[in-house]
Design a protein around this ligand. Sequence first.
Ligand SMILES: [Zn+2]
Length: 127
Amino acid sequence: MYGANECDNAVAAMHELSVALNMIDLAIREVPQCQARIVAIHVKVGPLSGVVPDALKSAFELARTDTPLADCRLVIEETAITISCATCGGDRPAKSLQSLRCRDCDSPAAQVVAGGELELTALEIEE
Ligand SMILES: [Zn+2]
């Protein structure tokens, strides 16, 4: 029996799979495999990016099969949600993903300044 949750998971995994494929594509274009071997891809993933780090990890393991990056590692750095708080007058951590309020004074976020990252930050290569 398929519940709503299982459907959601399948959709999420598809999303992460396309993200993983894009990252592999980008890495291969960045470093031609005749010159160097990519041993690790470093990415930054924010809670607001819509990408689940664990799902991205499994998707990457699937996506790298039969590519020149078959034994390449994926290193995920999870970022925190940072908001700009008018009351405190600066950038503060948000309370949670569900509550985009200042953790210090509970004011609503004037602006979200970080947390939506989905970036390839570095490639570790071996000459
Ligand atoms: Zn505040």
